[in-house]
Design a protein around this ligand. Structure first.
Ligand code: NAP
Ligand code: G4F
Length: 323
């Protein structure tokens, strides 16, 4: 049988790299869309670069999206590309809307015109729940986004539902809660902490400056979460799913555990800095992944404690090797 073809936008990001590896292990032909940059941003996919095809395109550019889909003829499209850092969405709100909201419509339009049989996955986010209207949050919890990023994701979510209902596309959204790994961007809090611990342990820094330590997040492992993305596109009917662990922790808890992994007391090293507070905060996220377990058979395989330890040890090993 001919192998399936998957097109991944955002393949150079954290999730794109894990998803590419997963799909290669399932014998897919993997095509990754990247945008032109003046410096190479292929670090995360370096180990699989010789097994995937890279095509050049941009979420801002309708023509490139349509051409890529027409030329590569994917069976499945995973839209992981976005301006994904919440603080940047306040300083670049219009650009965030263009990438993270309208970019979704551009891909859906390309699919609809080139081949409406293509299955489409949209990377929706627990940021859409924002000022939460229920605890825990599930597929029926109303959205109340608290940042331009969250607002843009709500648009991406609903345009996916709308194209499913209007044009009968197999288009689904995964409402993923925070998921992390040693490949996480350095500006996100978990990686900032794991790298901070490593730098302090190795004598490269004395302090770690953070913002709100009381915010609570439902943190899982990115490698587990990309399995759910794939499962969503293998179902008989297109449906949306919450993907989460069902456990929540404070940023403070993450710090405590991360520093203790290296026998350090976080209170001696962490300083709060108003620069890292947000104009509007999402105080508490905790998802209910019951539907994903029941329908997809998906459960998270990595605990919070394993995740924290994995991230800290990876950063210590990486920085120690550079010394
Ligand atoms: P990430 O590491 O920030 O990766 C984002 C990707 O999008 C990068 O490959 C980036 O390419 C690409 N991109 C940005 N703007 C683009 C544009 N205009 N055209 C084409 N590509 C563009 O994000 P992630 O953590 O892997 O997350 C993947 C997706 O899931 C994102 O949509 C994110 O919003 C969503 N999400 C993430 C989480 C989470 O906890 N990680 C939770 C829920 C939802 P460059 O390398 O060129 O910058
Ligand atoms: O790690 P964060 O920047 O992630 P955030 O804002 O929850 O967004 C991430 O998860 C979303 C899913 O819910 C994704 F859609 C989104 O793309 C992204 O991947 O911040 C987590 C929490 C926040 O409450 C923040 O205020 O950590 C708090 N925090 C405290 N000090 C900090 C810092 N966040 C960052 N980035 N840097 C700090 O110094």
């Amino acid at each position: 049988m001919k192998p399936k073809t998957a097109l991944i936008t955002g393949i150079t990001g954290q999730d794109g790299s894990y998803l590419a590896e997963l799909l290669l292990s399932k014998d897919y032909r993997v095509v990754g869309m990247t945008r032109r940059t003046s410096t190479d941003s292929h670090d995360r996919i370096a180990p699989v670069l010789d097994r995937i095809e890279i095509v050049s395109g941009d979420l801002l550019d309708q023509h490139s999206m349509t051409t890529i889909i027409a030329e590569t003829q994917p069976d499945e499209v995973y839209n992981l590309a976005a301006q994904s850092f919440v603080p940047t969405s306040w300083t670049q709100p219009v650009l965030t809307g263009e990438f993270t909201a309208l970019g979704v419509t551009r891909i859906l339009e390309a699919i609809r015109h080139v081949n409406p049989k293509i299955r489409f996955y949209q990377a929706s986010s627990s940021e859409m729940f924002g000022k939460v209207q229920a605890v825990p949050q599930d597929e029926d919890t109303p959205f109340y986004p608290r940042s331009p990023y969250g607002v843009a994701k709500v648009y991406g979510h609903w345009i996916t539902v709308n194209y499913r209902e209007s044009f009968d596309l197999f288009a689904v959204s995964g409402i993923l809660f925070n998921h992390e790994s040693e490949r996480r961007g350095r500006e996100f809090v978990t990686r900032k902490i794991s790298e901070g611990v490593a730098r302090i342990k190795l004598g490269l820094d004395k302090k770690l400056k953070l913002g709100n330590l009381e915010a609570q997040r439902d943190w899982g492992f990115a490698g587990d979460y990309v399995k759910a993305m794939w499962l969503m596109l293998q179902q008989n009917e297109p449906q949306d799913f919450v993907i989460a662990t069902g456990r929540t922790h404070k940023v403070r808890d993450f710090c405590k555990l991360a520093f203790s992994t290296m026998d350090l007391d976080y209170e001696k090293f962490v300083e709060q800095d108003p620069r890292f507070y947000r104009p509007a905060e999402v105080d508490l996220l905790v998802g209910d992944p019951a539907k994903a377990k029941r329908v997809l058979g998906w459960v998270p395989e990595t605990s919070f404690e394993q995740l924290v330890e994995m991230m800290v040890r990876a950063d210590v090993a990486r920085l120690a090797a550079l010394k």
